[in-house]
Every structure is written in C-alpha cells, then in structure tokens.
Ligand binder design. Sequence first.
Ligand code: SF4
Length: 110
Amino acid sequence: MKTPAGHECPHFYGDYFRGKNVEECRLLKSQNQPWSPDLCQTCPVPAIARANSCQYMKLNAVVTRPLAALFQRRVQIQAYCEKSKQNVSEPQVGCGECHALPFKFEIKED
Ligand code: SF4
C-alpha cells in the first residue's frame, strides 16, 4: 500500500472505506513506537523492501530525533537475519547467507 509520502510500503495500512480515514504503520505499531505520516517521508523501509525481500530478515524500527530538537524525527532501522542469526549491516543487500554473489570477476594480467 502507498504511504502518505507516495512509496509502496509493506507495513503501511490505510482504511478509507466509507469515509474512514485510518492510517497506521504496522511495523512501528508492533514495536510500540509512535507513528505520524511525516515519518514516511524519510523512512528507509520502502527502499529496503524494494531491494531485498528476504523472508528471514526482520526489521526493528525506532523513532529517533537526531541531535535533540535540531532535526525532524526519523525512523531508524536495524535488521536481523533469523537464518544466519546475525545482524545485517546493509539491509538492502542482506547478510549474504542465501544470496551470495554467484560469480567473481578476476582480471589477469598477461
Ligand atoms: S514509517 Fe516507514 S515502515 Fe512505517 S509506513 Fe511509513 S514508510 Fe512504511
């Protein structure tokens, strides 16, 4: 479903049927974090979901405000792979356990 920022996000839920206007982020809701539509503007989750759909990777989200009140609130993501049991430093790429690159380039000098 498309977020208020216009990106497809698997965690956004909107119910507009018969005059309803219910919107929520089910990722943040599941982790007891406050959500407001402005968070979707800078949230990295839609890009992560587009790049990596690994079923074993779980996202933990927290809402932070970098440098106290200077910047707007943002969603920060930490990813964890339930298969390889390790933190995933680059969620767009994954941990490399299931989807290792299939080939290596070697440049030989003659
Ligand atoms: S805050 Fe992020 S995860 Fe939540 S609905 Fe918006 S884009 Fe999706």
